[in-house]
Design a protein around this ligand. Structure first.
Ligand SMILES: Nc1ncnc2c1ncn2[C@@H]1O[C@H](COP(=O)(O)OP(=O)(O)OP(=O)(O)O)[C@@H](O)[C@H]1O
Length: 534
């Protein structure tokens, strides 16, 4: 200001004055400093903006995991879907008993289908952090629909599809397999996870509970059927050795207990104390084995069931609910191994928990017997009517009289809340493998013939046993042979195997197995389970 006043006093030209002022070095320095400062500020702002952008987490904020997680972590998934106007394309089902919500169907071509993230059978746990258990399906659908144009987080548990092998398979002996080394051998009863079913002839699977996590090729159901047809046509010239399916057998084929006179078997009349046991039926069975004649009475339902036409059967993990009826306990074993002795002891020790079904017979009622206690006494016509109407799980003839175990008598026991324990011929297994009965099948295996000789001929034991039966030495080899044959053909159906060596130990094993069957989760065919599960 001072400099400008002096210039005016000196009557200086205005333009010169302005020029002088603007070109003054101090002003230039001022501009320079000012712009430099501005530039620094801008750069700083730019860098801090960059930093904050770079540091910012643009990933989804996942809802916290629920407290109770299943042991199998692989089964859990959190799925994030961005919904547009299109419907999600899933239907929901609620298990009324447990309140669990499941995906029932994934509509082909819908959003869920195209995402590949949701599958039928998946259990929904949370939708956007909100628990869904117990909610009505309509409410869950609303929750799914609401999050249009916002990320939709679904916490779910998937159940891998598992199958149980129904045959033995050896790829190295299969001439049809494209690469034998890529094949996966398996045995009846193995649990398989089929990971790829796209190829019509060869699936890819891995074995559960196996040290190797690698997948291998196995024949598809189509390929298996084709092999079966080939096998059928090639008989008797050449048989496939790579697949050993379960082949339908006739009674007597696998039970080769050597001949035994009826006098060696305790007289039926002395067996009034065997109330409710199918003693006569067993006597009849033994007679049939000894004569080795195929019987047409062996089973009420066709024993040549379709499972022989499948390579594997889908299974699911099942935990019996407290309100479910108890599972049917089926004991299977070669004649003479001690199935009846074990069953009788179990029921005798705890008659309030275990019970056998009351059999039907056409023989006349004896003194001291009561209809519906020892047997249901019926006429031949009634019995024939029941046979025709598939009422029996198993039936047969002894001394001109018919004997049979009906499905209804088994249901009566189960409906009373008791655990029904039956013994059955293995080829009749299919008659009990139903959703309602959910049988737990225990195979009773003999110990070595030497141990059998020791235990079965012990006079002290015989004095205390319920059923007194004399064995010859050759019987023990026959029992072992029958057991081997039975196990080879039917082990895919066995849930548990008990070796009947020391009777006390075997009783404990049986008791533990039955408890396990009723209280612990088990693998059961998906067909016994699916409608409630979904
Ligand atoms: N662990 C055991 N130790 C010694 N003896 C046994 C044992 N288990 C069973 N027994 C005896 O073996 C004989 C045959 O048993 P049981 O009648 O129960 O056989 P099963 O398998 O029911 O045969 P079947 O179907 O032909 O009647 C009986 O005398 C029984 O007491």
């Amino acid at each position: 200001v001072e400099e400008v006043r002096l210039s005016i006093d000196r009557d200086t030209n205005g333009a010169d004055l302005l020029y002088g002022l603007l070109s003054a070095p101090w002003l230039f320095l001022f501009y320079y400093l000012f712009y430099y400062h501005l530039l620094c500020i801008s750069l700083q702002a730019l860098l801090s903006a960059y930093d904050s952008v770079a540091q910012r987490d643009y990933g989804p904020v996942l809802p916290p995991l629920p407290d109770k997680l299943p042991d199998n972590e692989e089964a859990m998934r959190i799925v994030c879907l961005m919904k547009n106007k299109q419907p999600l394309g899933v239907t929901i089902r609620k298990n009324e008993r447990t309140g669990n919500i499941f995906i029932a169907r994934v509509i082909h071509g819908g959003l869920a289908d195209r995402s590949g993230l949701l599958h039928p059978g998946d259990k929904l746990v949370e939708v956007n952090g909100q628990k869904v258990r117990g909610l009505q399906p309509e409410r869950v659908i609303q929750m799914l629909v609401k999050s249009r144009l916002k990320p939709l987080f679904v916490f779910l548990i998937t159940f891998p599809t598992l199958f149980q092998a129904m045959v033995d398979y050896s790829p190295l002996q299969d001439p049809a397999i494209p690469c034998p080394d890529a094949g996966m051998p398996f045995s009846k009863g193995d649990l398989l996870e089929i990971v790829d079913q796209r190829d019509i002839r060869w699936w890819q699977a891995r074995k559960l509970h196996s040290a190797s996590l690698c997948c291998g090729l196995i024949p598809s159901t189509n390929q298996f059927r084709y092999k079966q047809r080939e096998l059928w046509w090639s008989q008797p010239y050449q048989a496939h050795t790579c697949i050993r399916p379960c082949i339908c057998v006739v009674l007597g084929e696998c039970n080769s207990l050597c001949s035994k006179g009826e006098e060696e078997i305790m007289d039926e009349n002395k067996c009034i104390e065997t109330v409710g046991f199918r003693y006569s039926l067993r006597v009849w069975r033994r007679k049939s084995y000894s004569k080795r004649k195929p019987s047409c009475y062996s089973c009420g339902v066709s024993s040549c069931h379709s499972t022989s036409a499948t390579i594997c059967e889908e299974v699911l993990h099942y935990q019996r609910h407290i309100d479910d009826p108890p599972r049917l306990i089926v004991l299977i074993g070669p004649s003479g191994v001690g199935v009846n002795e074990l069953r009788r002891r179990l029921i005798k020790i705890n008659p309030n928990t275990y019970q056998g079904p009351i059999s039907y017979t056409t023989r006349s009622q004896k003194m001291g017997e009561k209809n519906g206690r020892e047997y249901h006494f019926v006429t031949k016509d009634v019995f024939a009517y029941m046979v025709v109407n598939h009422k029996f799980l198993e039936y047969g003839e002894h001394n001109g009289h018919m004997y049979g175990t009906s499905l209804d008598s088994v249901k009566d026991v189960l409906d009373n809340g008791k655990i029904c324990v039956i013994d059955l011929e293995p080829h009749c297994i299919h008659s009990v493998r139903t959703k309602k009965l959910k049988p737990y099948i225990i195979f009773v295996r003999p110990p070595s013939p030497a141990r059998m000789r020791q235990t079965r001929k012990d006079p002290h034991f015989l004095a205390n046993s319920y059923i007194k039966r004399c064995f010859h030495d050759k019987d023990f080899e026959a029992i072992e042979e029958a057991s081997r044959t039975m196990e080879a053909k039917y082990r895919q159906y066995f849930d548990c195997v008990i070796v009947n060596d020391d009777l006390q130990d075997s009783c404990m094993d049986l008791f533990t197995a039955i408890q396990h069957a009723q209280e612990e989760p088990q693998w059961i065919p998906a067909s016994w389970f699916a409608p409630d599960h979904l």
